[in-house]
Ligand binder design. Structure first.
Ligand code: NAD
Length: 486
């Protein structure tokens, strides 16, 4: 059995010897066998990475001063190098975190290059605006890169989330220190190989695989100008505190407990594939999934039956198998966490209609059956806290006003969906849901459209032009002339 082993860290544009002798061991989620290992970055490695990024950013005539088109040429080579590794990227992600391969091919192999091209195109023009002022003169309004970016990402959709940050940050002329999660580092090293092949200038991108303490060290590092974080709400709060103290700009994409609201005219049976994608995709390990299903009392039994039948029909198995709909959870720790929520759901009076345990015949790997709870009180723990596994709580409501009230009775506000045979009614309902994003009869993040949360789901937006703005600093130059500068 071959494992994937790396001995160096991608720092300063090359494979560098790590200062730390510690290593991160990665385990296959479906087999519990070793998948590979990489050096674990320590504080001295993070210092070296930030220094390299700092130098690359500050260097006169360097990356941050290049015309967008010149950076675009390098990023196009990066996109092509990533595409040529797309199959292997998808495979590595799938092996590490249990994401079904068909999904990894879509999210993890496809999104990085697409996002690089999108943001390269966005910054190609529009970075300088001459604006007529109110007082008779003109001003030059510039969108400049903000500096050295610390990008910290989770394990659940590691490559796509990485490029929600890298693509706008690099296209805008920033330099980046990326800290992947320890569960998913092998894909990050493959990405570093692509960066080397593409000829990213030294220090423009650096990768420091490590755990949360090293992440906190990076966030507070004096050489960092901006933090972009995706992960749990608890970690987000700690990072926000540090950034508040330092007055360091920060973007936070955090947890969710979104509502999938089935209206009384919905034909759920004809949208099962979309409903699955909006509620149980990636083994339940996506922040925006609608894990509270709200069903009208008049049709409650029938909707519980439909959702139960859907969950029990899903093929559970090795994520590399194209037939697999539900793979294992990322780790033993994560499965235990989800199982403790299932126990709590039972203890608080929820009725399990399917699942609730480990699937028969899959003794190795961190598998868990898709689990549906019916008769869940909206205040129950499993209706309020993020579980991050394939567990849905079906909650009854009487009328639309009550559905809105239950949907909004949450600390979070990230995703959500409405299911109806009347799209206009769906859009009107979506408008009443307090959340950063809501889908009508489906939920798909579109790269052109801002994504992010309110309340405990985060601060700021990614994707769309809005996802570029946090990586730019505005500068206004009040011109000493009434005409446009040459
Ligand atoms: P996590 O917060 O434990 O870890 C995420 C990343 O942050 C990892 O790289 C980790 O090493 C690092 N980290 C943890 N604590 C840190 C700290 N104090 N300072 C700096 N870095 C720190 O989350 P996880 O368990 O890996 O991921 C699951 C969570 O991420 C879920 O809560 C999920 O909702 C959330 N998530 C949110 C989004 C989104 O866009 N809103 C997307 C994916 C995942």
């Amino acid at each position: 059995m071959t494992t994937i082993e790396y001995d160096s860290l991608y720092i300063g544009g090359q494979w560098a010897n790590p200062a730390s002798t510690d290593r991160i061991q990665v385990t296959e989620a479906a087999t519990e066998r070793p998948a590979g290992s990489v050096p674990e970055a320590g504080e001295r490695d993070i210092d070296a990475a930030v220094d390299a990024a700092r130098r690359a950013f500050d260097e006169p005539g360097g990356w941050s001063t290049w015309e967008p088109a010149r950076r675009g040429e390098v990023l196009e080579r990066f996109a092509a190098a990533l595409e040529s590794r797309g199959g292997e990227t998808a495979r590595r992600v799938s092996v590490q975190n249990g994401m079904p391969l068909w999904l990894a091919q879509n999210f993890e192999a496809g999104f990085p290059a697409l996002l690089l091209r999108y943001y390269t195109g966005l910054v190609a023009d529009g970075q300088r605006e001459v604006r007529a002022g109110m007082l008779g003169k003109k001003a030059l309004v510039l969108r400049e890169p903000i500096g050295v970016v610390a990008a910290i990402v989770p394990w659940n959709v590691p490559q796509a989330i990485t490029f929600l940050k890298l693509a706008p940050a690099l296209a805008a002329g920033n330099t980046v220190v990326l800290k992947p999660a320890p569960e998913t580092v092998l894909d990050a090293f493959l990405m570093a190989e692509a960066a080397i092949e593409a000829g990213l200038p030294p220090g423009v991108l650096n990768v420091v695989p490590a755990g949360r303490e090293a992440g906190a060290y990076l966030v507070a590092h004096p050489g960092v100008d901006k933090v972009s974080f995706t992960g749990s709400t608890a970690a987000g709060r700690a990072i926000a505190e540090t950034c508040g103290r330092l007055l360091r700009p920060v973007t936070l994409e955090l947890g969710g407990k979104s509502a999938a609201v089935v209206l009384d005219d919905a034909d759920l049976g004809s949208s099962l594939e979309s409903f699955f994608a909006a509620t149980l995709l990636n083994n339940g390990q996506i922040c925006w999934l609608g894990t509270r299903v709200l069903a009208p009392r008049a049709r409650y039994g029938e909707i519980v039956e439909t959702v139960t039948a859907l969950a029990s029909s899903l093929t559970i198995g090795n994520p590399l198998d194209p037939e697999t709909k539900v793979g294992p959870l990322v780790s033993q720790r994560q499965r235990e966490r989800v199982e403790s929520y299932i126990a709590k759901g039972r203890a608080e009076g929820g009725r399990v209609t399917t699942g609730g345990g480990r699937p028969a015949g899959l003794d190795r790997g961190w598998f868990l059956e898709p689990t549906i709870f019916a008769d869940v009180d909206p205040k129950a723990t499993i209706a309020q806290e993020e579980i991050f596994g394939p567990v849905l709580a079906v909650i009854p409501y009487t009328d639309e006003d009550e559905a809105v009230a239950i949907a909004n009775d949450s600390d979070f506000g990230l995703g959500g969906s409405v299911w109806t045979s009347d799209p206009a009614r769906g859009a009107a309902f979506a408008g009443r849901v307090r959340s950063g994003t809501v889908g009508v009869n489906g939920y798909v993040n579109d790269p052109f459209v801002p994504f992010g949360g309110i309340k405990a789901s985060g601060l700021g937006r990614e994707l769309g032009p809005e996802g570029l703005a946090p990586f730019q600093a505005l500068k206004s130059i009040y011109l000493d002339e009434a005409n446009d500068p040459a």
